[in-house]
Design a protein around this ligand. Structure first.
Ligand code: PLP
Length: 639
């Protein structure tokens, strides 16, 4: 429901004035344009509780009547922003994944949502009769990645310029109110904004960022006297022809707690991403391993398995997922194994029917359903999965001694619109699928399905039907992953690297119930340090060479040789930055082990049941509880 009585006004552009208030010079931002933030409350209903909480979302509206004159006079026009319609500010979601793009409209969105929320929080806090000094006691603002970082200088601006607090008073409040969750180590995903853009769009905020940095660099100099390199590395401002503001640095400096999203990731945040910050603030960095909601990702999406579980352990598990462990004792029970695999078969049939109906591809539900569903990114290595498909195709056609369990390889993925190679990889997968699915020589043993328009509603159908869950990112690159948790919960066996939460899934389910392959973080570092050359692997491994070379000719693009070259080139002359070729042999071996295991259906069923039973840790309830206990340090209220 709309809440017009709680609307806020949000400014952009303009300049900073010095005004005298009670004999004191106070800085005052005079925005060049102002828009309205309209709150819409979406009720979030607690699972089997009487708690309903509003999720407050903001819509940008023009303030009527819109004055073209003031618009023409303002910096807004001068700054050549063609997005005249204020509604545009909240109309589009930027579709990039793990890649930062410094677009003006994006920064306007970030400020719009941050400023509206900060003001709303302060309004409620003051209306409840609390003092500003009490803000950290009553509120915490958890920054979900660096996207709302601008909320830090916004809160400082309000405390300094509107509430008349001193810098030290304002910083004491602000730096105990914000906490920051880091979601990636990928350098290209760490947000930086050009100083000149922030200066133009939010001139007072830029002054405050400079002051935060000035005071912070004094701390750095005290810690590492005379070390200019440390100052340059840690500074919020990245020097250069175009000076840039490093949002992650501002977050770490301006927050009372910082966390990664899986144990391995949080260790890498300490050791590789922010080692100096960890030295300066040794108690600031934490871990909160991600989780998924068992309501959506088991109870709702897999009613067959849910009924089976409830039959054995009762109906409390959706809110107490650790109780799933109670089905472990049935892992060897032949009747339970049969029922469990029958549910899996039904889920595979539901997916096969959808594929037949929507894509015209006929699938055999006795085949292994091998599933890789996630955003398309080189670090996630869909191209490695494709190489495995090509190796199966090659062996089926050229090795008369080769046998395999029939297999359907599913991909579901969207690429960011500007990510050219990602689109090339999607194209290659689709071309290979076209050929493989219509090649009678394969005897129906191999099918490839690229699910169009992959999204949550498709995930809800794919995940309960998965036998094999592909979690094959280059070690050190996937912060956590959550698809890995959803599929393990639904009884898929993981083939994965020692990356993100895969490490903790292995800890929970046991080494014999997961298929780990490839280089670990240390192996990746050593391989890169030694001067990795993908041709060494290409020339030494005939299966790898044959598989890759299939992309070069016209095998999958009749009459158009070389159409799939982009993927091929990225793995050879492109240097294979994510070490697909280095991990190929071990990946193929892990697949062979899984294939052999699948022929023993009872043994497979036992492993699948143990996956469902032993991943209770990955409930989002446990994640939230970790935030409550270790970051926010909240006490329960009696009710
Ligand atoms: C869970 C989920 C993701 C995240 O998948 P990862 O394998 O962790 O990258 C992406 N897209 C959809 C639709 C999801 O449901």
């Amino acid at each position: 429901m709309a809440r017009p009585e709680l609307a806020q006004e949000i400014g952009f552009f303009g300049h900073v004035e010095v005004v005298n208030v009670d004999g004191k010079d106070v800085r005052k931002w005079v925005p060049g344009m102002t828009v309205k933030a309209m709150p819409w409350d979406l009720p979030i209903v607690g699972y089997e509780s009487d708690t309903v909480y509003p999720l407050r979302l903001w819509e940008c509206q023009a303030i009527a009547p819109f004055s073209l004159e003031s618009f023409n006079n303002g910096d807004y026009f001068e700054a050549q922003h063609a997005l005249i319609d204020a509604g545009n500010i909240t109309k589009v979601l930027y579709p990039n994944d793990n890649h930062e793009k410094g677009k003006t409209l994006r920064l306007m969105q970030q400020y719009f949502h941050s400023a509206a929320s900060v003001r709303d929080i302060l309004r409620r806090h003051e209306a409840a009769g609390y003092t500003l000094a009490d803000l950290p006691k009553q509120e915490t603002i958890q920054l979900n990645d660096t996207h709302p970082t601008i909320a830090i200088p916004e809160l400082m601006r309000i405390l300094l310029d509107e509430k008349g607090l001193s810098w030290d008073e304002a910083w004491a409040i602000s730096s105990k109110t914000f906490a920051y969750t880091n979601h990636t180590l990928l350098p290209e995903a760490l947000e930086t904004w050009s100083e000149s853009l922030i200066q133009r769009l939010l001139p007072r905020h830029m002054e405050i960022i400079f002051e935060i940095n000035h005071r912070f660099l004094q701390e750095v100099r005290a810690m590492w006297p005379g070390d200019g390199e440390k100052q340059a590395k840690l500074s919020i401002i990245q020097e250069g022809f175009h000076r840039m503001v490093r949002m992650a640095n501002l977050c770490v400096i301006g927050s009372y707690a910082v966390n990664g999203v899986a144990a391995l990731h949080s260790e890498l945040v300490k050791s590789d991403l922010f080692p100096e910050f960890h030295e300066m603030y040794p108690t600031r960095l934490h871990n909160v391993t991600n989780g998924v909601t068992p309501r959506r990702w088991l109870k709702f999406c897999n009613p067959g398995l849910s009924a089976l579980v409830t039959d054995k352990i009762g109906s409390e598990w959706p809110a107490k997922l650790e109780q799933l462990e109670g089905i472990a004792k049935f892992a060897d029970d032949a009747k339970f194994q049969k029922d469990y695999m029958a549910v899996k078969k039904q889920n595979k049939q539901r997916l096969a029917d959808w594929v037949k109906e929507n894509m015209g591809i006929e699938l055999d539900t006795n085949a292994i359903f091998d599933v890789m569903i996630k955003r398309l990114h080189e670090y996630k290595r869909q191209q490695l999965d494709l190489l495995h498909v090509l190796s199966l195709y090659h062996r089926l056609l050229n090795d008369p001694t080769f046998d395999m369990t029939p297999r359907v390889v599913f991909f579901g993925s969207k690429a960011a619109p500007g990510y050219h190679l990602a689109k090339e990889i999607i194209f290659a997968i689709n071309k290979v699928a076209e050929k493989v699915n219509n090649d009678p020589r394969l005897g129906g043993k191999l099918k490839v399905v690229f699910i169009p328009d992959y999204r949550v509603s498709m995930a809800e159908m794919l995940i309960p039907a998965a036998d094999v869950s592909q979690q094959i990112s280059m070690a050190g690159k996937e912060a956590s992953g959550t698809g890995n948790m959803k599929m393990a919960l639904n009884g898929a066996l993981t083939i994965g690297t020692m990356d993100g939460a895969n490490v903790e899934i292995r800890e929970e389910v046991g080494d014999e119930n997961i298929y780990i392959f490839g280089l670990d973080v240390d192996g990746v570092k050593r391989t890169k340090a030694a001067g990795y050359n993908p041709y060494d692997f290409y020339n030494a491994d005939p299966l790898l060479k044959a598989s890759l070379d299939l992309l070069l000719g016209e095998e999958f693009t009749p009459g158009q040789p070389g159409l799939l070259r982009a993927t091929y080139d990225s793995l050879l002359d492109g240097g294979d930055p994510y070490l697909c070729l280095a991990d190929f042999a071990s990946y193929v071996k892990a697949h062979e082990d899984m294939d052999a295991q699948y022929r023993d259906q009872a043994g497979w069923a036992k492993k699948a049941i143990l996956n469902t039973a032993l991943v209770g840790k990955f409930s989002s309830d446990r994640s939230i509880r970790d935030y409550v206990n270790n970051i926010w340090k909240l006490e329960a209220v009696s009710r």
